[in-house]
Ligand binder design. Sequence first.
Ligand code: GDP
Length: 195
Amino acid sequence: MNVHHAQLAASAVGPAQYPSDGLPEVALAGRSNVGKSSLINKLINRRNLARTSSQPGKTQTLNFYRIENRMYLTDLPGYGFAKVSKTTRAKWGKMIEEYLLKRDRLKLVLHVIDLRHPPTQDDILMYDWLTHYDVPIVIVATKADKVPRGKWQKHAKVIRETLMARDIHPLVLFSAETGMGKDELWKHILDRLPA
Ligand code: GDP
């Protein structure tokens, strides 16, 4: 999809602040610093609408980006950042869980994983949790530009095996740097949206 209009429509800490216009939503889940903001910016052709930050764990809100009055991309707070207190972590967990479980207009979750390394324990937990609740998932293996082309498939296989990924969950190789995987990812997203 060629995006012309995209804006940050809401930053929410709870359901009261979620958008209320009924558009379908696609959420991004991933470890802090995995590259979710960069992925959003690449998908919508903006250099810096979604904040890319060198301070992992800073985003504590659910950020709803409205795309073409057609849908929202919902950026969830990154998980797995060690330097936050247990209380804060529990609060984030609850916020994310509430959204993922109760949001009926959520159509798909993009589970963003770093292609360079095997998934972390937190990645596995998140994947198991999403799978357990039957949330539709596309696994996005990002930062592909940092892995030599000849090793892409091997790394992708490690990701699938470590997550024990189900065959019904596609894996898209992505790079926010080169734009690799962008069209394929849009295809998966549009497949999930009402016509
Ligand atoms: P977030 O915390 O998940 O939103 O991660 P960011 O989007 O802020 O990215 C974290 C860091 O990884 C930044 O320095 C980005 O420039 C870098 N990054 C993100 N995606 C890519 C990618 O596809 N390739 C490369 N080489 N760097 C990336």
